[in-house]
Ligand binder design. Structure first.
Ligand SMILES: [Zn+2]
Length: 241
């Protein structure tokens, strides 16, 4: 039932059925994400692992090769911007990619139970959560309802940006991405141990909404993320941000 062909001339689904090996090493996993992002940016996505055959194949178990701790922003859908499919990415999203207990537990589940070799913190330019926190600091007006929890989680990044003399919103976003990576590692000894043992890496990346390009901001261990990734079959050259 997993045959990709449709002999007899019946129009096939738009989604392709090409199979991509599941990366097991952190650098390999990042290279797959980077290659998928390049396909997305170029307008030539392959939509791997989105067909009915693959859906059935992964029903009995999952082996995602990357955890994405991303902002909830509606323009930041992980499987789309990294051109992946079912079973590939373990996605945890909150406004401003804040890393509270449930997020930490979800990351630890993926890394320890599922054996996922890469954790990616995915932020983006013009992040509304960061802007909201900045407005609270600027105006002194208290946030409404539970938005206060989001603001409180972003405030350390704002203080750090101020200490470093960074005041443009996208520079602050980069700092917040790095801060989230540090929070994950600092608050989760389980994750830190997996990184120390070489079983996992944590990478912070920033996404540009208009261009669709993902850019590495920080990586632990250093060098886990590089733009100099292997070019996959049919992958075009990276587009400029
Ligand atoms: Zn955001």
């Amino acid at each position: 039932m997993s045959s990709p062909g449709t002999p007899g001339g019946q129009p096939g689904p738009q989604r392709t059925t090409d199979r991509v090996p599941v990366p097991v090493e952190p650098a390999q996993a990042y290279a797959e994400l980077a290659a998928g992002n390049r396909r997305f940016v170029s307008g030539a996505p392959r939509h791997p692992n989105q067909d009915a055959g693959h859906r059935a194949a992964v029903a009995d178990g999952q082996h995602p090769f990357a955890v994405i701790v991303g902002c909830s922003d509606s323009r930041l859908a992980a499987e789309i911007i990294f051109d992946r499919g079912l079973g590939d990415l373990f996605v945890v999203r909150t406004a401003g990619h804040t890393a509270g207990p449930e997020v930490l537990g979800s990351v630890e589940y993926a890394v320890t139970v599922l054996g996922t070799p890469l954790v990616v913190v995915l932020g983006h330019d013009s992040c509304g959560a960061v802007q909201a926190a900045r407005e609270v600091v600027t105006t002194g007006a208290p946030p409404v309802g539970h938005l206060g929890a989001v603001v409180d989680a972003v405030l350390p990044s704002l203080r750090r940006a101020e200490a470093e003399g960074v005041d443009d919103i996208d520079g602050i976003v980069d700092i917040h991405i790095a801060q989230t990576v540090e929070t994950l590692l600092g608050q989760s000894p389980v994750l830190a141990a997996a990184v120390a043992q070489g079983r996992c890496a944590v990478v912070g990346v920033s996404y540009r909404l208009a261009a669709g390009v993902v850019r590495p901001v920080t990586a632990v261990p250093t060098g886990a993320a590089t733009l100099d990734v292997p070019t996959g079959p049919g992958a075009p050259a990276p587009a400029a941000a």
